[in-house]
Ligand binder design. Structure first.
Ligand code: BG6
Length: 478
């Protein structure tokens, strides 16, 4: 039997992607080298090697993506057939400012996004745009040390002002930093590099550097909110968090407290971006740790004045933590997390938890009281094309159906305001964590392997027809 809940009439049904994962054309039309361009192909057991420059003979899957730079017009026709009313992508900073510190933008880069947004709008699709999605200019890493440097605030706001000024008539919804809180896992070099362009030596304090880089990013984000509103009152600027709620793995109070501190730690960015404040526990934590943070009085004013208009977030899975004995309950993402025996996992070990989405939406709304936008949610899996050219991706449909139901219940039973839903992704693309093509997420299959070989032909999966029906019926689940 069909289950359905009434969503708002103007609810945006979309799908999401990011420039570096689909555009390819890494060195076309004046584009500079981004941090994604020096990340090699990896897999779930072999983390992507990060090079300091593009090395001859190495495999860099983001160099080709799925060639969307050249195929976007035909791909958007498929997006339109799917019924999307919005499409989230990012503007590659390096197409506009190849090194990141130039005064004048690269007109060819701006012209590309002009064509892209125009085409989307002609097809009735609202573009939702991320300003920084794991693709900052490599030059800013090499010369300035990435986001550990306060100068990055000016470079980023200059980039943001340039594109918002140019595209505010075409783009109403913007997001500043994709999954800004991934770097809470500062023990892993990948999130530090992808979020902030940080490459640290062993004698540097990576936890402190992470907090400092994130602070500069959040000041930059707050400035972008203000400049965007000055350009156009209609423009809405959102934060973007990776929401993986962290449960206690038992009812032992020391575990419940550990889970609370883990949530406070992984999501304090939301307190700063949505409320314009740093939580007390964190300021005290920095005192205990003796961190000399560079946070000025003006920074605090900017954070307060530049609170975001809405909260974008991705949701793929939930985590669980064991108990801790340390009186500060310091969260350590590498050591504290445990498997949750109640949940199944994807082939890449991601714990599948639809109800966690509803739990998380409630938790965030109680805390930050802002409209939400689910800008990523999806299921990475190996897909097989059968002899008739069909792809029966039941696992993906099953995952999405259960998550959409949880989302609809959060809206209609719990009253959480939600602007839209963008599963990841509309089309198969290069995985951010592994660089693989074989970890597929799309409604549209792309005939291409991990090495970029294949016809690049696009095929509609079963999930394409299923999601088309969901959109068409306004969220009725069959
Ligand atoms: C999010 C990112 O972490 O999850 C995307 O914002 C990414 O860029 C998506 O692709 C899925 O992760 P992965 O590593 O499987 O591609």
């Amino acid at each position: 039997q069909a289950i359905g809940y009434q969503l708002p009439k103007d609810f945006l049904w979309g799908a999401a992607a990011a420039a570096h994962q689909l555009e390819g054309a890494w060195n076309f039309d004046g584009k500079g080298v981004s941090i994604a361009d020096v990340m090699r192909l990896g897999d779930k057991n072999h983390p992507r090697v990060i090079d300091s420059k593009v090395e001859k003979g190495q495999i860099y899957p983001n160099h080709w993506g799925i060639d969307f730079y050249h195929t976007f017009a035909e791909d958007i026709t498929l997006f339109h057939q799917l019924g999307l009313t919005c499409f989230r992508t990012s503007i590659a900073w390096t197409r506009i400012f190849p090194n990141g510190d130039e005064a004048e933008p690269n007109e060819a880069g701006l012209a590309f996004y002009d064509r892209l947004f125009t085409r989307l709008r002609e097809n009735g699709i609202e573009p939702i745009v991320t300003l920084s999605h794991f693709e900052m200019p490599l030059h800013l890493v090499q010369v300035y040390g990435g986001w550990r440097n306060r100068k990055l605030i000016d470079f980023f706001t200059h980039f943001a002002a340039t594109v918002i000024q140019r595209f505010h008539h075409q783009v109403k919804y913007w997001l500043t930093f994709n999954e800004i809180n991934n770097q809470t896992n500062y023990q892993d070099p990948h999130p530090l590099f992808q979020n902030s362009g940080l490459q640290l030596t062993v004698d540097e304090n990576s936890r402190q550097q992470m907090f400092q880089a994130a602070h500069y990013e959040m000041v930059a984000s707050a400035k972008v909110v203000q400049l965007a509103h000055a350009i156009d009152q209609q423009v809405q600027v959102g934060a973007m968090l990776n929401m993986s709620p962290i449960y206690p793995d038992s009812d032992d109070p020391a575990t419940v407290m550990a889970a609370q501190r883990a949530m406070q730690t992984r999501f304090y960015y939301g307190d700063v971006q949505c409320l314009g404040i740093y939580p007390h526990w964190l300021l005290l934590d920095w005192q205990h740790a003796n961190y000399q943070m560079d946070i000025t009085e003006d920074d605090y004013r900017q954070l307060q004045a530049g609170r975001v208009d809405y909260l974008g977030f991705s949701y793929y899975m939930s985590f669980a933590t064991h108990s801790l004995t340390d009186p500060l309950f310091t969260y350590n993402e590498q050591n504290n997390l445990v498997d949750n025996p109640n949940l199944e996992k994807s082939d890449w070990g991601w714990q599948i938890d639809p109800l966690g989405l509803r739990y998380a939406m409630n938790w965030m709304f109680d805390r930050w009281h802002l409209p939400q936008f689910i800008v990523e949610n999806g299921f990475g899996a190996i897909d097989q094309v059968d002899y008739q050219g069909k792809i029966h991706d039941r696992g993906r449909i099953n995952y999405l159906r259960r998550h959409i139901l949880a989302m609809e219940q959060a809206v209609t039973l719990d009253g959480v305001p939600l602007l839209g839903y963008c599963p990841w992704s509309v089309i198969d693309l290069v995985s951010a964590s592994t660089g693989e093509m074989s970890k597929r997420y799309g409604f549209i299959y792309v005939d291409q392997d991990n090495l970029g070989r294949g016809s690049k032909q696009r095929l509609k999966k079963d999930s394409f027809y299923w999601y088309q029906t969901v959109i068409h019926s306004g969220g009725r689940l069959v």
